[in-house]
Write a protein that binds this ligand. Structure first.
Ligand code: ZN
Length: 363
């Protein structure tokens, strides 16, 4: 206790006591992650002063497996996440959005019973313009505790997660965490270097009039998404009978935190641009951990075809369509997809105008 305040460390230990048979392993692992996030927060906050902005590796820059140019801070954050968690004996392996292959635990260290997947610096294209970024992580139980992790060990659906969280490097540094017993947020107190519980049992408002989508992709959207957005845009005079606001930060962690605090929904739906890849966002590093946090705060998440956390991954870098947020809106979005798939949507949305390639249709 610090002046009657609950620190992240204290919170984790008390959570662990509630779980029969839990050992100190889990709190040790979360402490490692919290430490890594403090180090990354510090590096991010230095901005241009640290000389780490801009493209890594000179002119063209190193390009990661997802085909994106890596910034130096991505590389730093990835190294920090690995080095902080590698040696302590809690993990049997890791997988990072930034790396092609899984990350084994070197032979000189003990192997533990958990697996960790992470996105070391989500939203990193926003770094140069000083917009909020973050670190996302997900913890699974290893099917072979104590053994060297294999790639297949990571291919578990999101419902198997034992913990998920993200650190947000914004005006304040915040750690959002769930262990399946609600979603809680902790704000970093720089004076004492500790995360302090500031948002206990976060609850996403069920109703909302705010949605987030990259509208420049409209011509690539599927009919159910065009239908949902067009109804929102029609406002008071339309079928929804009220006006909506639109937001787009293009930083998943920032969008998630806004939705956790005041409701709303986020959509990166299946579209014709990303269909071949399966979607835009990554299941293991982004969609699963965010879905766990959102559901634990009373929200919902869907691919449009299924609950995100019930998708069984076939590859560690798999992508999915990802829509989440306030319960009533996500239910509506999922229902529109269902009607589209079963062919029972209103006639107006079956017209060529709303079909997938309407603009390029000649008949
Ligand atoms: Zn990301």
């Amino acid at each position: 206790m610090h002046d009657g305040r609950t620190t992240l460390t204290q919170f984790i230990i008390e959570e662990q006591r509630r779980v029969a048979g839990a050992t100190g392993d889990f709190s040790g692992l979360l402490n490692d992650i919290a430490t890594a996030c403090k180090v990354i927060s510090n590096a991010v906050s230095k901005g241009a002063l640290a000389g780490t902005l801009g493209v890594h590796g000179g002119d063209g820059g190193a390009v990661n497996i997802q085909g994106e140019t890596q910034k130096k801070l991505d590389v730093i954050s990835n190294d920090v996440m690995i080095k902080t968690s590698l040696w302590s004996g809690h993990l049997s392996g890791m997988a990072s959005e930034e790396m092609d292959d899984i990350i084994p635990i070197p032979a000189q260290y003990p192997r533990g019973k958990y697996l960790m997947t992470f996105d070391p610096l989500d939203g990193s294209s926003n770094i140069d313009v000083n917009i909020t970024v973050g670190t996302i992580f997900s913890i699974l139980k290893s099917p072979n505790p104590g053994a060297e992790a294999k790639l297949e060990d990571f291919l578990q659906p999101g419902v198997e997660q034992v913990c998920a969280g993200f650190a947000l490097y914004g005006p304040s540094t915040v750690m959002v965490l769930t262990t399946g017993n609600g979603t809680n947020a902790f704000t970093l107190d720089h004076d004492i270097g500790e995360f302090i519980l500031t948002h206990a049992q976060m609850t996403i408002p069920t109703e909302t009039s705010e949605f987030a989508i990259n509208a420049s992709n409209e011509r690539f959207w599927e009919p159910p998404v065009k239908r949902y957005v067009s109804e929102c845009l029609a406002g008071k005079e339309g079928p929804r009978g009220r006006d909506f606001n639109m937001r787009w930060i293009a930083s998943l962690v920032a969008e998630t935190y806004r939705i956790l605090t005041r409701g709303g929904c986020f959509m990166y739906p299946m579209d014709e641009k990303t269909r071949a890849k399966g979607g835009r966002l990554r299941l293991l590093y982004e969609a699963n951990p965010i879905s766990f946090i959102i559901e634990q705060a009373g929200g919902l998440s869907t691919t449009g075809r299924a609950r995100v956390m019930e998708v069984t991954p076939t590859d560690i870098h798999q992508r999915v369509a990802f829509m989440f947020g306030s319960k009533s809106e996500v239910e509506r979005i999922a229902a529109y997809h269902q009607e589209y798939i079963s062919g029972s949507e209103p006639e107006a949305f079956q017209s060529p105008l709303f079909s997938a390639r309407s603009l390029f249709r000649t008949q």
